[in-house]
Write a protein that binds this ligand. Structure first.
Ligand code: ADP
Ligand code: ASP
Ligand code: MG
Length: 837
């Protein structure tokens, strides 16, 4: 048929299709009627079955086949639904003929189901007859309503005009016959409005067939193409084709304009909003096709039409990717074996075997070096495929040249689609980087030869996360969601929560970061919030109080099960057990931010293992607050090294406790009293010997030495302790007594320094030797007034980095190195670092 040969002369004709939700009940149907009535042009209105009806009809058939009497209950439920809808729509005086039509249809349907019930057999042919009732009923009810309101129209039985082969359930259209029948029927009727049931057709023998699930869209496209319609409008429950399925990605946005090819790819890869075969007929006739929302009819929606982007240019919004879609219930089939190399016709035989069974191959990858071909099919086809392929390669399998077909279930396909990909290299890199960063393993990859799509097979458990991750990477480059799980909400932890609360609006406005607190725990209780929500930071204490009993393993497992993108575990405890869960989390690509020093200062092997896990799984393991609280000490060191500098020496005063003690001790009151004051004011560990004995400082200098590249253990650090040996015996109270006994010793330390006009500071040093390795030590030193360490007050810490670039005058980091507020802000900064990689 040629393009300008409209049977209605110059007058354009529109085809409108209303989906299941649009006609789900009387209220919605009323909206449909209003849309139809607001149209001036002649129109063909194609309707789906009332929402959910096709599924229920299938259920009726399968129950009857299993001789399950309850099929009658479902039938009754269906009948009631249709009767109720008709009653609600039609004025009473017009109801009776419609109600008796519905009853008559259900009688007929019941008879068919009874035969299925008695024969215990449901052929595809009978199934099509059963499910056809959905569209027949909905279209007839709407037609009755039109009639009752005096709207002149004609109801057309699509089975009379759409002719197909006898592939029941998924029949192929005979376009030659169909186009003529449609154009003849419509032209002969001389009406401006036609009501048509979607989805159904008939074969050469007049048996009812259907066009595949979602096929009403296709019916509409067939009518539009046959009539050279001026446009096709698919009216549904979302405002257009969106950048991703809005049920999964709340930030998905409407695509204003999309090419036929892109729409075809997106729907092929699972964007259910349009049934894939729909595009072909309208594309051939260049009929612009709109996707519009019945419930927001004023919005433009999406137009699918012919257009090309000038090479190298972005789309309307500058983006390269048009949309992301996914298909669930995918089985991966792999045919492997050395016998495959170089033998021509191998893949032909594989695909023939699948085609003979009418198995649709969704994605193909082939690797000659690995002697394997991998294809993705629907899970429902997996058994059939296995049987067919193993049969086709029976001989090679028996000879050991080929392995029996390997079938792996539980997969999904995720696809990026965009016409502009062709002119923009690096898309797949970005795609796999984003997936990898979130611990999503890619099993197989394919790129369409048109370079219009890249698709990847991933585990179904990861698919929702994957779609969100990609959406964030390609459509929300300016917006990112961070899912934060915090263990330890004591002093530092609660400060962190209040900083997060205060800063959330800034983060979202200026960094486009949505920092969600998804789980919190203290040693007694734990609390998680469901998808999409945050822990309410106004009353988290009360809510946590009501939470479930804390079990660390369960907390960790829940994080892993939730499988949320950009997950970060924050350890604000000093707990040894909490430090043992990092490895498990990192190997699930969950980043770890630790205020807890235990892991970074444990054995070198453990430290290095955690670092390498982080690298391997693209997660971050950050512990800036392990040294100098919120001061940028580790960050600075890392920056120096990353930019090619080499550390020669680090000298530092890293203990707030020891600073306090030596800033306050001048021999006028006992050393033990000053230590007691430090403990009372919260500057010390519960056992102050950890600070005074130098262990805490040793840990810190060891962490710095490790970050500078040194394989160093605690035993390698020389501790020139100033505490007499007897101080390490007994409990904390014994320690205080021992200090009193040794007051002379402490006084002497002070006097010796004071006599030289020096102050006492507990200094940590690390130095690399020219031969490579390095040594570290900690101990009290006399600090003269010209030293960088001399003017160090309160809780200040100081770190001097002597490097190749800073050989004589060191790079100095100095400031408050203890306190809940600054520590919390250091943890906060690490959390933000996770978001900004
Ligand atoms: P109808 O019954 O109107 O034919 P469908 O349920 O078949 O409606 O299709 C509409 C649904 O498709 C939407 O509700 C939405 O959840 C889903 N969908 C999946 N992917 C997309 C996408 N990319 N854009 C819009 N909707 C999508
Ligand atoms: N009612 C059919 C289905 O649910 C066809 C359609 O709605 O497009 O698959
Ligand atoms: Mg649909």
């Amino acid at each position: 048929m040629n393009q300008n040969n409209s049977p209605l002369g110059d007058e354009g004709m529109k085809v409108l299709k209303f989906g299941g939700t649009s006609v789900a009940n009387a209220e919605n149907i009323q909206k449909v009627i209003n849309i139809v009535k607001s149209n001036e042009e002649p129109q063909i209105v194609v309707v789906s079955a009332l929402g959910g009806v096709t599924d229920l009809l299938i259920k009726v058939g399968t129950l009857a086949e299993k001789s399950d009497e309850t099929f009658r209950d479902v039938l009754q439920q269906l009948e009631k639904k249709h009767l109720d809808t008709a009653r609600a729509l039609l004025p009473v005086m017009h109801q009776s003929s419609c109600l008796s039509m519905i009853k008559q249809q259900f009688n007929e349907l019941e008879e068919i189901c009874n035969s299925v019930f008695y024969l215990c057999e449901l052929s595809l042919r009978t199934k099509d007859r059963i499910i056809a009732f959905g569209e027949l009923l909905s279209s007839k009810i709407i037609s009755a309503l039109m009639q009752a309101t005096g709207v002149e129209h004609e109801w057309i039985d699509s089975r009379k005009v759409i002719k197909t082969n006898s592939n029941f359930g998924f029949a192929a259209v005979n376009f030659g016959v169909t186009n003529d029948l449609i154009s003849y029927t419509i032209t002969a009727a001389h009406k401006k409005l036609f009501i048509v049931p979607g989805f159904i057709a008939s074969d050469e023998n007049g048996n009812t067939t259907t066009l595949g699930r979602g096929g009403s869209d296709y019916t509409a496209a067939i009518f539009a193409a046959a009539m050279n319609a001026s446009s096709l409008e698919i009216w549904t429950d979302v405002t257009g084709m969106m950048t991703a399925d809005p049920r999964w990605v709340p930030n998905a946005k409407t695509i204003n304009r999309i090419s036929y090819q892109e729409a075809m790819e997106l729907s092929h890869f699972g964007a259910k909003v349009i049934y894939p075969p729909t595009i072909q007929p309208v594309m051939q006739k260049s009929i612009p096709t709109w996707i519009k929302n019945t419930f927001e009819s004023e919005k433009a929606g999406t137009v699918i039409e012919e257009f090309h982007f000038p090479l190298g240019e972005g789309g309307e919004d500058g983006g390269i990717i048009t949309g992301i879609s996914s298909i669930n219930a995918i089985a991966l089939l792999s045919l492997e074996g050395s016998g495959m190399v170089g033998i021509p016709g191998f893949s032909k035989r594989l695909f023939e075997a699948l085609a003979n069974e009418k198995i649709n191959v969704i994605l193909i990858t082939q690797s000659s070096s690995e002697h394997s071909i991998c294809v993705a099919v629907n899970t429902a086809d997996a058994d059939k495929a296995k049987e067919a392929v193993d049969r086709a390669f029976e001989i090679e399998i028996a000879q050991g040249k080929v392995e029996p077909l390997k079938v792996e279930l539980g997969h999904s396909i995720i696809a990026l689609v965009g016409d502009k990909m062709k002119s923009h290299p690096g898309i797949s890199g970005r795609m796999f980087d984003a997936l990898g960063r979130n611990g999503i393993n890619v099993r197989a990859i394919a790129q369409g030869s048109s370079e219009r799509n890249i698709s990847a097979v991933i585990a179904s458990d990861d698919v929702k996360k994957g779609v969100n991750v990609l959406h964030e990477a390609f459509f929300e480059s300016t917006f990112k969601q961070l899912n934060i799980f915090i263990v330890g909400v004591g002093n530092v932890g609660s400060k962190l929560l209040s900083q997060l609360k205060q800063q959330q609006p800034f983060l979202s406005e200026h960094l486009n970061l949505q920092a969600r607190i998804t789980g919190i725990a203290n040693s007694k209780k734990m609390l998680f919030v469901d998808n999409g929500n945050d822990v309410n930071l106004d009353n988290w204490k009360d809510t946590l109080e009501k939470g479930e009993a804390m079990q660390l393993n369960k907390f960790v497992d829940t994080i892993i099960e939730k499988n949320l993108r950009n997950s970060v575990f924050v350890d604000v405890t000093a707990d040894e057990t909490v430090a043992t869960v990092y490895a498990k989390l990192l190997s699930k690509a969950v980043s770890v931010v630790a205020c807890n020093k235990i892991a970074a200062s444990s054995s070198y092997q453990n430290y290095a293992h955690l670092k390498s896990l982080a690298k391997e799984y693209n997660a971050l393991y950050l512990f800036e607050t392990n040294v100098g609280a919120g001061l940028p000490v580790i960050g600075t060191l890392n920056d120096l090294r990353r930019s090619g500098d080499k550390v020669n020496k680090i000298q530092a005063v890293l203990s707030g406790t020891l600073n306090f003690v030596f800033n306050h001790y001048d021999g006028t009151r006992p050393f033990a009293d000053v230590v007691r004051q430090a403990q009372d004011e919260g500057y010390t560990e519960p056992d102050p010997r950890l600070d005074l004995g130098g262990t805490d400082v040793m840990r810190k200098i060891m962490i710095l030495a490790r970050e500078a590249g040194e394989h160093i253990e605690m035993e390698d650090i020389i501790n020139n302790t100033f505490l007499p040996a007897s101080c390490f015996e007994g409990n904390v109270e014994d320690f205080y007594k021992e200090m009193l006994k040794h007051e002379d010793h402490f006084k002497k330390l002070y006097d010796e320094a004071a006599s030289k006009n020096c102050k006492l500071k507990f200094v940590a040093s690390f130095e690399t030797t020219p031969s490579g390795g390095g040594g570290a030590s900690v101990g009290l030193q006399h600090i003269p007034s010209n030293s960088d360490f001399y003017h160090l007050y309160g809780k200040d810490n100081i770190v001097l980095f002597y490097t190749q670039r800073y050989p004589e005058q060191p790079l100095v980091v100095k400031g408050a190195g203890a306190g809940a507020d600054v520590t919390a802000s250091g943890v906060f900064a690490d959390i933000i670092r996770v978001a900004r990689v």
